[in-house]
Design a protein around this ligand. Structure first.
Ligand SMILES: Cc1cc2nc3c(=O)[nH]c(=O)nc-3n(C[C@H](O)[C@H](O)[C@H](O)COP(=O)(O)O)c2cc1C
Length: 177
């Protein structure tokens, strides 16, 4: 353990702009960050998975969760408390991280931690989600304005370009290997 952790949610299956994917866009970027920094990683997995076969159904459930400000139950956990720097990654869902990311955040203590958001998207970029993360991770130093936003399609289909972006970004943060 080197004090760094990558926590992420990513949706496998039918996805916007890239068709059916075996490994989610954010998952790909999470792996690149973990590779480049030697961080441990933890995938946030909802107890009730979002549908894989129907993008429309996934959208419907996501919309309802957002409307209700839901906190869907998740599988397993990781002791964030044991780490100093935590990367939190998620897809951009209408200006918010998926609600299960809040489930995870709210079951931990964040005071004194450095939190670095990263997002994959199809046009909205970070879209203010870093400020949402900052509000949720109470007491953490959240790298608002310094997170990574990368197009899902690039992560999925142009991995070398995505890897270069990840590495440049990490160097800029002083967090390369
Ligand atoms: C429910 C839902 C809402 C989305 N809303 C947005 C959005 O508001 N802006 C955007 O740029 N992309 C949006 N997308 C596209 C995803 O952010 C993008 O495909 C992302 O790379 C998916 O990452 P993943 O494969 O790790 O889940 C949305 C996708 C879903 C499923």
């Amino acid at each position: 353990m080197n004090g760094r952790l990558v926590v992420f949610f990513s949706h496998t299956g039918e996805n916007y702009n890239v068709g059916y994917i075996e490994k989610g866009n954010t998952y790909i970027i999470a792996d690149m960050i973990a590779d480049a920094t030697g961080a441990d990683s933890f995938e946030i997995v909802p107890l009730t998975p979002y549908p894989e076969d129907s993008y429309d159904e996934c959208i419907e459930i996501a919309r309802r969760e957002l409307r209700e400000n839901a906190r869907p139950a998740i599988e397993g956990d990781v002791a964030v408390e044991d780490y100093d720097v935590i990367f939190i990654g998620y897809p951009q869902w209408w200006g918010e991280p998926p609600m299960c990311v809040y489930t995870f955040i709210e079951q931990h203590e964040w005071a004194g931690k450095t939190v670095i958001p990263f997002v994959t998207h199809e046009g909205s970029g970070m879209g203010g989600t870093d400020r949402r993360i900052a509000a949720a991770c109470k007491g953490a130093d959240v790298a608002v304005g310094k997170g990574l936003a990368i197009q899902g399609k690039t992560a999925q289909s142009n991995r070398e370009s995505a890897r270069r972006s990840v590495e440049r970004w990490l160097e800029g943060l002083g967090l390369g290997r």
